[in-house]
Design a protein around this ligand. Structure first.
Ligand SMILES: Nc1ncnc2c1ncn2[C@@H]1O[C@H](COP(=O)(O)OP(=O)(O)OP(=O)(O)O)[C@@H](O)[C@H]1O
Ligand SMILES: [Mg+2]
Length: 287
């Protein structure tokens, strides 16, 4: 994405770039007498336009990984390459969605999205047009666009932050539990909308989630992480044709993939078959 050229609203060519996470690990407090290994060095090679989901228990280092990929946190080891070039600071051609919407309370929904163009000094007409298109596709009315974040529902706010992430058609989209706070129906709808928006532009996606079904439902490839310190224990290629239906829950392939992932979590003690949930964070995996 050039920072000065107007954005196109019709370009359907894939925009994604290759994203290489090459033996990237994180130890917090390296200088102290109590260093903590949050993430074992891991290697993930994401192809241009690929949709990769990472699913893992709480505390295994998913957000740490995502912050490092965004260039907002320095890895202790390894290199991140974007389009073949080592990342040395905050990624710029990127859309990020966090679990909390992080919208500015003093700007309307629309102005929160437009701000992306304003801070980059872009010609605003195409940014406005793209914002309208995204609001329309995400089911946000013209009335909702004029409201302030506190006047919107949680689901609407999360859609606005998705629009904000996509407005400049970034080549990389990073999402950390973006739909965690949404009710089941809204979550279903936003997953459906996200897939279609992604299919249009094909940015490279790293999507982090606790939800096994969401990971399988959205991704081309799912990486399963162990409890802390996180490492990838399985990689599943998801062979479900796109676009995928709204109600994917009953799909036999989805059920089969999900079962396989739950088996790992069960083996690692993340979930137990007696109905209780084990303590999830902060312990070492032994598998
Ligand atoms: N700045 C920090 N300093 C020290 N420890 C940290 C820091 N940030 C995260 N950690 C620790 O690193 C581990 C991984 O944290 P992280 O937030 O990446 O987990 P997560 O997989 O995203 O969890 P969740 O699913 O609950 O969001 C946790 O034990 C956390 O306490
Ligand atoms: Mg997290």
């Amino acid at each position: 994405m050039s920072l000065t050229s107007p954005i196109s609203t019709t370009d359907a060519a894939g925009r994604g770039v290759r994203l290489e996470i090459d033996h990237v690990g994180k130890v917090f407090g390296v200088e102290t007498d109590k260093p903590f290994e949050a993430l074992r060095p891991l290697k993930i090679d994401i192809q241009p336009g690929e949709f990769v989901a990472v699913v893992g228990p709480s505390g295994c280092g998913k957000s740490t990984l995502m912050l490092m990929v965004a260039g907002l946190l320095e890895p202790t080891s390894g290199t991140i390459r974007v389009g073949g070039k080592p990342l040395t600071g905050a990624m710029t051609d990127v859309g990020i969605v966090f679990q909390d919407h992080l919208l500015m309370y003093f700007r309307t929904a629309e102005d929160n999205v437009l701000l992306q163009g304003v801070i980059r000094k872009l010609p605003m007409a195409p940014v406005r047009e793209r914002t309208r298109e995204l609001f329309d596709r995400l089911g946000l009315s013209a009335d909702a666009a004029k409201r302030y974040p506190h006047q919107l529902s949680g689901g609407m706010r999360q859609r606005v932050s998705l629009a904000r992430a996509l407005v400049l058609r970034p080549s990389v989209l990073l999402m950390d539990e973006p739909f965690g706070a949404l009710d089941a129906l809204t979550r279903l709808q936003v997953r459906y909308d996200l897939e279609r928006l992604w299919m249009n532009d094909r940015p490279t996606v790293l999507f982090i989630t606790h939800s096994v079904e969401e990971a399988v439902g959205l991704a081309d490839r799912v990486l399963v992480m162990s409890p802390s310190p996180g490492r990838v224990i399985e990689e599943l290629r998801i062979d479900i044709p796109r676009p995928r239906p709204l109600e994917l829950g009953e799909d036999p392939a989805l059920v089969e993939y999900s079962k396989r992932i739950y088996e790992h979590f069960s083996r690692l003690g993340v979930i137990r078959r007696d109905g209780a949930t084990a303590a999830l964070g902060g312990r070492q995996a032994d598998a």
